[in-house]
Ligand binder design. Structure first.
Ligand SMILES: Nc1ncnc2c1ncn2[C@@H]1O[C@H](COP(=O)(O)OP(=O)(O)OP(=O)(O)O)[C@@H](O)[C@H]1O
Ligand SMILES: [Mg+2]
Length: 269
């Protein structure tokens, strides 16, 4: 479903250039559960942001669902990102004044979808939070907040879920809970890419990619893919999304907002 070839990404700060990705090539198929490991600064988040259409590489090709995306406009990328990709971050990034239900509804509102409450509620039930839908983030435990973030990431039914250190702020019980939830989603067919420092977290994935200094240094299978897994047809999905983007440019604003709102860079700025 995803294929990147010879990706490079360099950050420039003043006169200093940091080569965050150096000639990275990679294929990820529908239904995989991939962990990206490596020391701090090795380029894991940069790779995830490029794969998740939050950031652009300097050079190289990126094909998703058979469609080359590196030359799409920012608007088209935002449109694809909104419909194709879900994100879960280490710091949850829930809006503090909103209930769990409202947080999960947010992507739907921006996508202009109507049956908000039912869809959001269903996702919260799937992450076992039906009894917390009116709680605000500060009225929930860290694990519960991260489950709300997982529900939010799923509400537009993305093809791929990206999680950057999703258990980094959780104790071991909540960590195991979130990882089992992610594993269950994968068993149901969701493609997952998870960044982690920890080998015991990566052990939940079926494939482990290790990076060092902007390069992939190993790519190994932990466990075979289970038989009978139902994976979506990514190619036709991407085509239909692109067709829709020509007819419905209004939806772009929403995704763009969400992308910016929840991208780590927006929090640093
Ligand atoms: N927006 C940015 N501007 C400048 N340099 C950046 C930016 N983002 C990342 N870098 C640099 O690029 C390199 C790769 O960063 P990246 O965030 O991808 O690492 P990482 O493997 O995710 O690390 P960590 O495990 O600490 O999260 C680092 O050296 C980092 O300092
Ligand atoms: Mg990182």
């Amino acid at each position: 479903m995803i294929e990147i070839k010879n990706l490079y990404k360099t950050y420039h700060i003043g006169t200093i250039a940091v080569e965050a990705l150096k000639d990275v090539s990679l294929k990820i198929s529908c239904g995989e559960f991939v962990a990206i490991m490596g020391p701090s600064g090795s380029g894991k988040s940069t790779l995830m942001h490029v794969l998740g259409l939050l950031d652009r590489p300097d050079s190289g090709t990126y094909t998703i669902g058979g469609k080359e995306v590196q030359n799409l406009s920012d608007q088209q990328l935002a449109f694809l990102r909104n419909r194709l990709v879900g994100f879960v971050f280490q710091q949850f990034h829930l809006l503090p004044r909103m209930s769990a239900l409202e947080n999960v509804e947010l992507p739907l509102i921006y996508a202009g979808k109507i049956r908000l409450k039912n869809a959001a509620q269903k996702r919260l039930e799937e992450v076992n939070l039906s009894d917390r839908i009116y709680h605000r983030p500060n009225e929930m435990s860290g694990g519960q907040q991260q489950r709300v973030a997982v529900a939010r990431s799923l509400v537009n039914d993305p093809l791929i879920l990206f999680a950057d250190e999703p258990t980094g702020n959780l104790d071991s019980k909540n960590k195991a809970e979130i990882l089992s939830l992610l594993q269950e989603l994968n068993r149901k067919g969701k493609t997952l890419v998870m960044v982690t420092h920890e080998p015991e977290v990566a052990a939940y994935a079926r494939r482990v990619i290790t990076m060092r200094d902007g390069v992939i240094v190993s790519d190994k299978m932990n466990k075979p893919d289970p038989a009978g897994i139902v994976v979506p047809d990514a190619d036709s999905c991407v085509e239909s999304i692109m067709d829709k983007s020509k007819r419905d440019p209004g939806g772009i604003k929403f995704l763009d907002y969400i992308g910016r709102r929840f991208s780590p860079w927006s929090l640093i700025r």
